[in-house]
Design a protein around this ligand. Structure first.
Ligand SMILES: [Fe+2]
Ligand SMILES: [Fe+2]
Length: 286
């Protein structure tokens, strides 16, 4: 069995210190094989925010896969935004824009979906689709294959109209053909999960999609700070959403998913994901 911790949208510059410290303690107790961090490490991509992010990440002493989010590209400094959008990310976080982890049970690839031309939306280029194919297709199907992005492939149950990552369908077709199992992302600051068939009925095979809330920032939308613990064992996945209760992170809900040889990662209607709280009235510019 492998245990992943999936964090997202920490947003240094808007971090709640007590939550961030409790999160580190919770992670140490979980003892994951890998920590996945799906972007928006900073609030405004400022140098001081990146320094805080770097110092914090150094305290997470587990293997890590990290991708940037739209907030990790400078917003107001237009010259930097277009000419050197991820220079600070590369300097303070990692120079690897396609991080990859593999062991005998899981293979995890991270892809950058943040773009200078759009403030909040994200996209996957044709070259990145080819990169994913080259990297993930040759891996045997008995290895559980995971793709990490900041921008999501599946809308939250509360709002099916929110914009998804650009070229989502093209990527999902390739993901189905290469037998990927799981997509991890953040951006909406909401925890939810589902099979890709729930939004893309005609795909040859359904992939499991798990979204993380904001781990430690005050930019909460419709739920408290949260992160995901994901256990992977023999074509079965257990997702535990751990949520802040004002004092510590506690288990908020647990879901089990199993691989179905007919159509991939999906589950009966009774196990469909549910919104953890009522729909948010606030805007979702994450
Ligand atoms: Fe975002
Ligand atoms: Fe965010």
């Amino acid at each position: 069995m492998k245990t992943l911790v999936h964090l997202s949208d920490i947003h240094f510059g808007r971090v709640i210190p007590a939550v961030a410290e409790a999160l580190l303690a919770d992670l140490a107790a979980e003892g994951p094989d890998l920590v996945v961090i799906s972007g928006d490490l900073t609030q405004r991509a400022r140098r001081g925010q990146y320094r805080m992010a770097r110092d914090y990440l150094e305290r997470i002493r587990f293997p890590k896969i990290i991708v940037p989010g739209n907030h990790d590209v400078p917003l107001y400094n237009v010259a930097r935004r277009f000419l050197r959008p991820l220079t600070r990310y590369r300097r303070y976080i990692t120079d690897d824009m396609a991080p990859f982890y593999q062991d005998d049970e899981i293979a995890v690839l991270g892809i950058n979906t943040a773009r200078s031309l759009t403030f909040t939306k994200g996209r996957i280029s044709r070259a990145q689709i080819e990169l994913i194919r080259r990297r993930m297709c040759p891996i045997p199907d008995n290895v559980f294959k995971i793709l990490v992005t900041h921008h999501p492939f599946l809308p939250p149950p509360q709002n099916q109209k929110l914009p998804l990552v650009g070229r989502a369908r093209k990527v999902l077709e390739m993901v189905a053909a290469c037998n990927l199992d799981l997509l991890l992302a953040g951006h909406f600051h909401m925890s939810y999960a589902g099979g890709s068939h729930s939004a893309y009925r005609t795909l040859a095979r359904s992939v499991l999609v798990i979204q993380a809330g904001t781990a430690a920032s005050s930019r909460m939308r419709s739920e408290e700070n949260a992160y995901n613990r994901i256990d992977i064992h023999n074509s079965r996945v257990t997702l535990r959403v751990r949520m802040w209760n004002g004092e510590s992170f506690v288990e908020h809900r647990t879901r089990h998913y199993a691989y179905n040889t007919d159509g991939g990662w999906d589950f009966p209607a009774s196990l469909e994901p549910e919104a953890s709280t009522s729909p948010s009235e606030r805007s979702l510019k994450n």
